[in-house]
Structures are given as structure tokens and as C-alpha cells.
Design a protein around this ligand. Structure first.
Ligand SMILES: NC(=O)c1ccc[n+]([C@@H]2O[C@H](COP(=O)([O-])OP(=O)(O)OC[C@H]3O[C@@H](n4cnc5c(N)ncnc54)[C@H](O)[C@@H]3O)[C@@H](O)[C@H]2O)c1
Length: 264
């Protein structure tokens, strides 16, 4: 078991990537705090982990509310005595052309997509310092490494998440606290998966842009988060790990040689 005896809090763990991370961590021996605004979904994941023999609690949390973030961390420490791993995964954002998004929508996107990651990390670090170490995994995106049409607020928040992961990583490197970002490409969490299953043409276009020709799975992202959270990544900090089927490796240039993905 790769997280035996560890205490882990995962935000947005009632669905998708967060759910897969919570279930995987529990399977690997961690006691998991499922933090989410969705109580039904959170209870479902908690009960599934318990039914599989794992240890899990649910805490209702809204990452747009700083008091709720504090409560998420404090509830973890009250219940289990410490916090070894924090996974910041829940986020909120806004779509629209960068030059047209309303000020309030942009600020809210950064509040839910960046400030919340920083604040939860700050709250967790206070405990990690006292207990002598910890690991933070920030779920960012390949959208934090380049730009997307119509997703500028998301691009800004995810780029910020990648860079605060670097700074937390270097500032706490000698305090045995590691911090890394995970950058998924398009993943078949329930939202995208339902569109994919329905044959949505936009999902087809996304898959065509991915060299592997398919969406990733939440479990594939959980596998990376598990590595980053665990002691196996003991020399990895301030870094980011991409899981995107090759999407980010492509410059975006069209093929000038006739060699196309899938063109075998
Ligand atoms: N799915 C993708 O294609 C993809 C790609 C790159 C990055 N990501 C990132 O992965 C993370 C998870 O994405 P997903 O697609 O698995 O999401 P999802 O929609 O399946 O799950 C998100 C969870 O967050 C919870 N949540 C939403 N707002 C919240 C709030 N204010 N407070 C607390 N919880 C809240 C939801 O209830 C839900 O359980 C996000 O940070 C997302 O940006 C996803």
C-alpha cells in the first residue's frame, strides 16, 4: 500500500477526477476526507469507500468560501489528528472571450480556480509544518500551459495553479512539504463522458486533436496523483506532470508532410 496510514483531503471528490483520486488513495491505505459542495455525491463516494473496507469521511465544502476551506482542513485535523496530503481539485471558472468576460465573472473564476487552491494550501501547510511534512497535489490542466480559445479565465487560473505549485514547492522544500501540479488533458469525467457517449461532434474534434485519439480516464489521472502524493515522489517538488495522450506535445501546426495522427 503506497499511502498506508496517511491522511488525505481531496476537494471535489464527489465526481470525476477527484472521486477517482479519493477511491485510489483509500485503496492504497489512506484515510480520505471527501470535500465537496455536492452532499449526495460526497456521501455516495464515502459509502463506496467504506463498503470496500476503506476509511472515509465527507465534509461539505464550498471552495468559493474561505471559511468553508478553513473548515475543510480543520475538520480533517480534528477527525484524524493531521493532514498528510491535500489534493486541490474542485474549481469554478467562466467561459468567454478574454476581452469580453465581465469583471465579476473573471474575479469569481480566479477565486474558485486559483485563490481557493492557494488558501487551502496555506491552511494545510500550517499543520504540515507542525507535524513535520506533507504533500500537496494541485489539479491544474494543460490549459495552464497554453491558451485555449474562449477559456481565458480558465487558462489564467490554471497557469496560476502551476506557478503557485512551483513557489510552494521551493519555499517549503526544506520543511519536508512537497507541492506539485497535475495537468490533465481532456478527461472522460461524467460531463465529457456523457457528451462522448452521445457522439457529440465537439468531443470527436477533441479526440482528433489528441495524438492517442481518445479522452483520458479519471483513473489515469488518479494514478499520477497517487505517485505525486506518495513517498515514491520524495524528490519531486515544485513540478508539474502532464497526462494528456500527447496533446500538449503537439505545437498546433497542421501536418505539412502528410503524416497525420491515426493516418496509418
Ligand atoms: N475533465 C477534464 O477534461 C479536465 C481536464 C483538465 C483539468 N481538469 C481539472 O480536473 C478537476 C476536476 O475536473 P472533473 O472534470 O473531474 O470535474 P467534475 O465536474 O467531474 O467534478 C468536480 C467536482 O467539484 C465539485 N465542485 C464544484 N464546485 C465546487 C465548489 N464551489 N466547492 C466544492 N466543490 C465543488 C463538484 O460538485 C464535483 O463533485 C478540475 O480542477 C478541472 O479543472 C479536468
Amino acid at each position: 500500500m503506497r499511502l498506508k496510514g496517511k491522511i488525505a483531503t481531496v476537494s471535489g471528490a464527489a465526481s470525476g477526477i477527484g472521486e477517482a483520486i479519493a477511491r485510489t488513495f483509500a485503496r492504497e491505505g489512506a484515510s480520505v476526507v471527501i470535500a465537496d459542495i455536492n452532499t449526495d455525491g460526497g456521501h455516495r463516494v464515502r459509502d463506496a469507500i467504506r463498503a470496500a473496507g476503506g476509511t472515509a469521511e465527507f465534509v461539505e465544502a464550498n471552495i468559493l468560501d474561505t471559511a468553508s476551506i478553513e473548515n475543510m482542513i480543520e475538520t480533517t485535523v480534528r477527525r484524524f489528528g493531521r493532514i498528510d496530503v491535500l489534493v486541490n481539485n474542485a474549481q469554478t471558472t467562466a467561459a468567454g472571450r478574454l476581452g469580453e468576460i465581465e469583471l465579476e465573472a473573471f474575479q469569481r473564476a480566479l477565486q474558485g480556480g486559483l485563490v481557493s487552491y492557494w488558501y487551502a494550501s496555506k491552511c494545510a501547510i500550517a499543520h504540515m509544518l507542525k507535524q513535520g511534512g506533507g504533500s500537496i497535489v494541485n489539479v491544474a490542466s494543460v490549459s495552464g500551459l497554453a491558451g485555449d480559445f474562449g477559456l481565458g479565465a480558465y487558462n489564467a487560473s490554471k497557469a496560476g495553479v502551476v506557478n503557485i505549485s512551483r513557489v510552494f514547492g521551493i519555499e517549503y522544500a526544506r520543511k519536508n512539504i512537497r507541492c506539485n501540479a497535475l495537468c490533465p488533458g481532456p478527461i472522460g469525467s461524467p460531463g465529457l463522458k456523457a457528451m462522448d457517449d452521445a457522439g457529440n461532434p465537439n468531443i470527436q474534434r477533441i479526440k482528433e486533436a489528441i495524438p492517442m485519439g481518445r479522452l483520458g480516464t479519471p483513473q489515469e489521472m488518479a494514478n499520477i496523483a497517487l505517485f505525486l502524493a506518495s513517498d515514491e515522489a520524495s524528490f519531486v517538488t515544485g513540478s508539474f506532470y502532464v497526462g494528456d495522450g500527447g496533446l500538449w506535445a503537439h505545437s498546433g501546426m497542421p501536418s505539412l508532410t502528410g503524416i497525420e495522427p491515426g493516418g496509418w
